[in-house]
Design a protein. Structure first.
Length: 563
């Protein structure tokens, strides 16, 4: 017999396992370890992104076990299941990277599929590599069942010649080797020391950015974003998440109660203060879309006008996430932002408390640290994530301008129809001071898949051209990218955006003060070129990339397939 409490905490599992007619279902579950008493407990799906394809996720099976133990100890019944991950760092610069952003949609679809099919009453989702986090959150929003996201944690730094290393160090070493600044032995030493073990890439790159954003959103337990992958703190975080999802069930707190517009504004605010990845724009738009919350590109501009960049973190800064953990993680930063009136303190979180209540007893950073700047001494007084419009980006584009690169760049276009062509030109020394590297047909539909341009941007930095050339693309950037770069240009070239008709020698201006991306070609000439342009044939006609290209929305809308 289903009790009122069952209806509250076993809304979905009761339909799968209760009653005489569900005996076949119970029979199947006995075989996977259920005991008779488990059928009266809420069932919690533990979505694990464990995989040995990347160090970001190689430990998550153990974290899933810890989350399951937390559920079981709180009188729930945990069921672990897997979804996929891919490795951006390994596939970067290859054709395989086209599957990276696609994997976000696959992860979201697969978690929704398993939870919806199996009748789980709640969810703990554990993610490591970049696309795991928004993928998990999109599924959580669609399902709207009590849920918590757990970040798998950051990697510890590598070390070479007393210098801390991460994966971007290797990409930039490739450029340095091409410029004969280092030899083969030095490149090999960096290559073999940069990644010492499990965990996501160590700077304020996309994984750490999105983990921080989700914590600020209220969908992770406090400090989940700022724990090393291999640590007792992360193990306990998973156990607590397992127990906390049972409290969410009992109190009937669902993701869409937490994922409000104000909560998304908190996430954007924290991403800006941390100097986070441009991918956060794409992923926050996608997560908000799944939650039926109206967040648009212009919200990043509106919020960015009043929120300073405070964190001196890689790639543009000096420190890694592991070092931020040592001084307290992002909680003291959030307290600073709350006290400055920049966060909505009344937003509900997965603790069952408001953001302000969670932060009430947070201690400040040590007085002698210089990693997180004071509000009156910011690294940049406003956002580093700059949304640019203009005749090259009628529907918007996203630049990452920390101010260290300057705020305005005018140069001469060198045009490439694929990332590989641009990379070879950079490595061969064909890119010179004053060039604007234009990489097109790399958008969501044109790529398809919107590859990250970490290889070319790292090669530019390794060549010592970071302040002397710019790069623009309808693709996107790794969180590890820095330099004068503009991505997410929309409309993308494949659908007839003006990027498609840029020619070698055209003058282009990137103006981060006036938020403009301008092709210095008159309107009549642009119209003439567009009239002569024909859309390229699709690069893929069957399979997942072809399906993605047919379904995906513009990058300005989050590049989602669930429209």
């Amino acid at each position: 017999m289903t009790t009122p409490e069952d209806k509250k905490t076993r809304t979905f599992s009761s339909k799968v396992v209760d009653g005489m007619e569900r005996a076949p279902s119970r029979a199947m579950l006995y075989a996977v370890g259920f005991k008779s008493e488990d059928f009266k407990k809420p069932q919690i799906g533990i979505a694990s992104t464990w995989s040995m394809v990347t160090p970001c996720n190689m430990h998550i099976n153990k974290l899933a076990d810890e989350a399951a133990s937390g559920v079981d100890a709180a009188n729930g019944k945990a069921v672990i299941f897997n979804t996929i991950t891919i490795s951006d760092g390994i596939s970067m610069g290859t054709e395989g990277m086209k599957y990276s952003l696609v994997s976000r949609e696959v992860i979201a679809d697969s978690i929704e599929t398993v939870v919806g099919c199996q009748g789980f009453d709640g969810i703990v989702a554990i993610g490591g590599c970049d696309k795991n986090m928004p993928g998990c959150m999109m599924a959580i929003a669609r399902l709207n069942r009590p849920a918590i996201f757990v970040y798998g944690g950051t990697i510890l730094p590598g070390c070479h010649k007393e210098q801390k290393l991460d994966v971007v160090s290797v990409f930039e070493a490739v450029g340095a080797r091409a410029n004969n600044k280092i030899d083969d032995a030095e490149l090999l030493a960096i290559e073999t020391k940069a990644i010492p073990g499990a965990g996501s890439c160590g700077g304020m790159y996309t994984a750490n950015t999105m983990a921080s954003a989700i914590e600020a959103l209220g969908m992770s337990l406090p400090n989940s974003s700022a724990q090393a992958a291999v640590s007792n703190d992360k193990r306990l975080d998973c156990q607590r998440a397992g127990a906390a999802v049972l409290d969410l069930l009992k109190n009937d707190i669902k993701p869409l109660d937490i994922m409000t517009k104000a909560a998304f504004e908190n996430a954007i605010t924290v991403v800006i203060a941390l100097g986070g990845s441009t991918n956060a724009v794409l992923h926050i738009l996608a997560m908000a879309n799944a939650a039926h919350v109206d967040i648009a590109l212009d919200d990043f501009t509106r919020i960015g006008k009043r929120v300073p960049m405070l964190a001196d973190l890689k790639p543009s800064g000096r420190y890694q996430m592991a070092e931020l953990i040592e001084i307290g993680g992002i909680q003291p930063l959030m307290k600073i932002l709350l006290d400055a009136g920049l966060l909505h303190g009344d937003c509900l979180t997965v603790t069952g408390k408001t953001l302000a209540e969670n932060l009430a007893d947070v201690k400040p950073y040590p007085a002698d640290q210089d990693m997180i700047h004071a509000m009156n001494n910011p690294i940049k007084k406003d956002s580093h994530l700059v949304v640019l419009y203009g005749n090259l980006a009628a529907q918007g584009s996203v630049a990452k301008i920390t101010g260290k690169e300057g705020l305005c760049f005018t140069g001469t276009a060198k045009v490439f129809d694929a990332e590989e062509q641009a990379l070879q030109s950079i490595l061969n020394g064909e890119i010179v001071k004053g060039d604007v590297i234009v990489i097109r047909y790399e958008g969501p539909k044109g790529g398809p898949g919107m590859r990250e341009m970490l290889s070319p941007t790292s090669a530019v930095m390794g060549k010592g051209l970071g302040k002397e050339v710019a790069l623009i693309t309808d693709g996107r950037f790794s969180g590890g990218t820095h330099g004068f770069v503009v991505g997410h240009i929309t409309p993308e070239a494949h659908v007839g955006g003006a990027l498609a008709i840029v020619q070698d020698g055209d003058s282009i201006t990137i103006d981060a003060e006036n938020n403009a991306l301008t092709l210095h070609v008159d309107d009549a000439e642009i119209a003439r070129r567009l009239a002569l342009w024909t859309q390229p044939a699709p690069r893929y006609t069957r399979g997942v990339l072809a399906k993605y290209a047919k379904l995906v929305s513009s990058a300005s809308l989050g590049a989602v397939t669930d429209n």
